[in-house]
Write a protein that binds this ligand. Structure first.
Ligand SMILES: Nc1ncnc2c1ncn2[C@@H]1O[C@H](COP(=O)(O)OP(=O)(O)OP(=O)(O)O)[C@@H](O)[C@H]1O
Ligand SMILES: Nc1nc(=O)c2ncn([C@H]3C[C@H](O)[C@@H](CO)O3)c2[nH]1
Length: 277
């Protein structure tokens, strides 16, 4: 999907809202102010367009840092502690295993996805971000969607049994309480689109592990997102999470060639971020 850059109008708007220093130019000499990076998460259904949207974010806000979802880690589980010459070998594709045999592999998948997301959220922001005017660390999905979207849905479909779900939640709560200060987010951006649209995009992208995915699964995940972000009926176990602001963006429309739509989305992000203080 080709993404055109945001138009001149949007750049002017961003310059006005960020002050005179944008895109690495400093208005005055002297050391830049060190401001703790803010942390945003992009959430949404499979193939809704998170990676695509994040590319647009980076074009618009070049200083922002993106933590992509660690999918290649799940596709190539590395052997540990076996002395071999050369690069580590993959011992399996856990994403594929989970989709092929969900009853067998869902628990393993969720413990590993939780671990990899925890590591991503614990990783310090890069030094360059501390010099930015509007420092932002953006996560593609989080430890929260791991539990309140995917693991919850697998449990409700009995792919996680009562014991597995109890142990997973035990780990999740324990780890998040241990690392609370690192897990805080300033806001969520929920990319919302109809499951039918996501399925079309999923087919167009044609990721091999996902070839058996059906509309029903995307409908379930859509309902989980709506319950959490729109209807607010998902039981959340962290007080800070209940108060985290949510920006909902409708991405049903194909904005790849529509500069005005891209600008509209980026303008909404910009005002959401400004409102965070
Ligand atoms: N607004 C859009 N209009 C049309 N096509 C889109 C749009 N956004 C993304 N796409 C296309 O849909 C497919 C999936 O997009 P992308 O990989 O960004 O989804 P994702 O949400 O990151 O997926 P995943 O949940 O698997 O991580 C890609 O082929 C992309 O080019
Ligand atoms: N079961 C399960 N639990 C997760 O936490 C999770 N996070 C992402 N995914 C799947 C969706 C895409 O196919 C692919 C890339 O997002 O990985 C998940 N699947």
């Amino acid at each position: 999907m080709a993404l055109g850059g945001p138009g001149r109008q949007l750049r002017a708007l961003l310059r006005a809202s960020l002050g005179p220093r944008v895109q690495g130019q400093r208005a005055e000499s002297g050391p830049a102010p060190r401001r703790a990076p803010r942390r945003l998460a992009v959430e949404g259904n499979i193939a809704v367009g998170k990676s695509t949207f994040v590319k647009l974010l980076v074009k618009t806000f070049p200083e922002w840092h993106i933590a992509a979802e660690p999918i290649t880690t799940w596709q190539n589980i590395q052997a540990v502690g076996t002395p071999t010459a050369g690069p580590p070998q993959s011992v399996g594709n856990l994403l594929d295993m989970m989709y092929q045999q969900p009853s067998r592999w869902s628990y393993t998948f969720q413990t590993f996805s939780l671990l990899s997301r925890l590591k991503a959220q614990l990783a310090p922001s890069p030094e360059r971000l501390w010099q930015a005017q509007q420092p932002m660390h953006v996560f593609e999905r989080t430890v929260y969607s791991d539990r309140y979207i995917f693991a919850k849905n697998l449990f409700e479909n009995r792919f996680l049994n009562d014991v597995e779900w109890a142990i997973y939640q035990n780990w999740h709560s324990f780890l998040l309480q241990e690392f609370t200060s690192h897990m805080l987010l300033d806001g969520f951006i929920y990319l919302q689109a109809a499951p039918q649209i996501c399925l079309k995009r999923l087919h167009r992208r044609a990721r091999v592990e996902e070839k058996g995915l059906e509309l029903g699964y995307l409908e379930q995940l859509h309902a989980q997102h709506e319950d959490w972000f729109i209807h607010k009926v998902t039981e959340l176990h962290f007080e800070h999470l209940k108060k985290t602001p949510v920006l909902v963006l409708d991405v049903n429309e194909d904005f790849s060639e529509v500069a005005a739509k891209q600008e509209e989305l980026m303008r909404k992000v910009n005002s959401f971020v400004k409102d965070l203080g």
